[in-house]
Design a binder for this molecule. Structure first.
Ligand SMILES: Nc1ncnc2c1ncn2[C@@H]1O[C@H](COP(=O)(O)OP(=O)(O)OP(=O)(O)O)[C@@H](O)[C@H]1O
Ligand SMILES: [Mg+2]
Length: 508
């Protein structure tokens, strides 16, 4: 088989970090080559180098056997390379067609030739089975469709090598299946794909070859038929990982958070939370399962003060906190891991140390008589970086310089280390490697055992099943069932989430 891309001896240093250490990697025509590795292993860096976003300190890139030097993504695109980034790069207020054209505008008589672009897009959509409406605003599209726009954008630029950096981290299981169908179609048409993910099941089901990175180095390239989840996990993190959560039955105490008949609208003024009620007790984990887009996002936002609800009741213990601002909720004992880390989790440009005190910088020991206590803030950061294994050369680098998974760990570390009464954890382990997931699951269970009430919202059914003591199923803005976690199977949950099974188990 022809090798379409080969990198040899790629080395890249950032201040204090050897992100890529003599990396050799190749991609064959029409294959799906998965790239695995712990958070901060150097995967995105390697891909950014291949895409011309960063230049290596050393090493070679060969495209179809020819040595090449990229000065910018423009050069890489000209060589047939396309990339869908870990954090999307679309302009939300532009239409699909405008986003796709951006940077390679077609003009006719000095004006944008939107008719031609729409026609080209139609053709691409049919060729690869990527249905899309070129006139919709990106802002209005679900994440899975936004990703499709990114893929079409690359194909529109005639990509023959497609890099997908953690494409499934933000997708629902159904969207993942759709994406896999698309990827297989692309490969059938001769496109070669590099696929980054932390989900081992996915890798084993879709990849032709699997390369594992750790600490900037390539550790191994495996044949998926000759390996398994456990072996890959160990290669990734360099130790044995327990893939199952170990926990004893919950001992629930008093109600810490209650939500009654809550109604919430989304940005388009559509009511997406329609009369939701539930209670969370101290010392228990209530999982909220549901296909993305069934109101979980708006529910979490309303509960955490990020979105005004229309009506209903939210109480922390016996205090009414309906539509109270986030700071008030934080002061009353709320912890929150938001769904979108870059939007609601921290300030990208701030150093890690400041982001770790974002909810508590104005109280002792971090502030005294109105003056920030830098040494206390620094010590706090050093402790949390160690405890949560945040990979960074120092506590004072801007958080934007961290790898995606390490950014997530900053938020989790901050929220789990505060003195909280309840935690709203929305996709808490999104983008984390198996080792970090193991640790964070353990921490969440431990918090439960210390008497904290946890609301866990997750698109990962495995995560919901593994952590929850009770599971609430959300469908079309309503909670259709609340079940004890040990009385329901994965299949039953899946069917309830799709609205095709009326729960038989009694609601508790
Ligand atoms: N622009 C940058 N400046 C400084 N350090 C950086 C920069 N980009 C990446 N790094 C560092 O390089 C290392 C590798 O990061 P990279 O983003 O490649 O990891 P990754 O394997 O993609 O991890 P993840 O699974 O968390 O996305 C990390 O330690 C990161 O902090
Ligand atoms: Mg990455």
């Amino acid at each position: 088989m022809d090798t379409v891309l080969e990198v040899k001896g790629i080395t890249k240093k950032f201040p204090g970090v050897l992100a890529n250490d003599h990396v050799d990697f190749n991609l064959r025509k029409g294959e799906i080559h998965a790239l695995l590795g712990e958070n901060g292993a150097g995967k995105s860096t390697l891909m950014n180098i291949i895409y011309g976003l960063t230049s290596p300190d050393d090493g070679e890139i060969l495209i179809n056997g020819k040595a090449t030097h990229f000065h910018s993504p423009k050069d890489a695109i000209a060589c047939g390379i396309g990339m869908v980034h870990q954090h999307f790069m679309l302009v939300p207020v532009f239409t699909v067609a405008e986003n796709i054209m951006l940077g390679s505008e077609k003009l006719r008589n000095g004006v944008l030739d939107i008719v031609q672009v729409n026609k080209d897009l139609k053709e691409l959509s049919t060729q690869y089975g990527l249905e899309i409406d070129p006139t919709s605003l990106v802002h209005d599209l679900p994440v899975g469709i936004q990703q499709r726009v990114e893929i079409i954008k690359a194909l529109y630029r005639k990509a023959e090598i497609l890099i997908l950096d953690e494409p499934t981290a933000v997708l629902t299981p159904q969207e993942v299946e759709d994406l896999f169908i698309i990827i297989r179609k692309l490969v059938d048409q001769g496109i070669s794909v590099i696929f980054i993910t932390h989900k081992l099941k996915e890798v084993l089901s879709i990849a032709d070859r699997i390369t594992v990175m750790r600490g900037g180095k390539v550790i191994a390239t495996d044949d998926p038929k000759q390996t398994n989840e456990q072996a890959l996990a160990s290669q990734m993190v360099g130790r044995t990982v327990i893939l199952k959560v170990d926990k004893t039955p919950a001992k629930p105490g008093d109600v810490v958070l209650s939500v009654k008949d809550l109604h919430v609208q989304d940005d388009r003024k559509i009511e997406t939370v329609r009369g939701v009620s539930f209670e969370v007790r101290k010392g228990e984990i209530l999982g909220i399962a549901g296909v993305q887009g069934n109101g979980q996002t708006e529910l979490a936002e309303a509960m955490t003060g990020l979105r005004h609800a229309i009506s209903g009741e939210i109480r922390i213990q016996d205090q009414n906190v309906f539509n109270h601002p986030p700071r008030d909720l934080v002061e009353k004992g709320m912890g929150h891991i938001p769904e979108d880390r870059q939007k609601h989790g921290f300030v990208m440009q701030y150093p890690i140390s400041d982001n770790l005190v974002l909810c508590s910088y104005y109280v002792s020991p971090f502030c005294r008589r109105g003056v920030l206590q830098n040494s206390a803030i620094g010590t706090n950061a050093e402790n949390l970086i160690k405890r949560f294994d945040i990979r960074t050369p120092s506590p004072y680098v801007p958080t934007s310089k961290l790898s995606g998974g390490n950014q997530q760990k900053v938020i989790v570390a901050r929220e789990l280390s505060r003195n909280i009464k309840f935690l709203v954890a929305n996709q808490p382990t999104r983008g984390l490697d198996v080792g970090s997931i193991e640790y964070i699951h353990h921490e969440i269970v431990q918090m439960r055992d210390e008497g904290i009430g946890v609301v866990l919202i997750s698109a990962e059914l495995d995560e919901i099943m593994a952590l929850s003591d009770r599971i609430a199923v959300m469908y079309h803005g309503e909670i259709v069932a609340i079940l004890p976690a040990d009385k329901v199977t994965r299949e039953e949950l899946g069917l309830m989430m799709a609205g095709s099974l009326k729960p038989e188990v009694s609601t508790i």
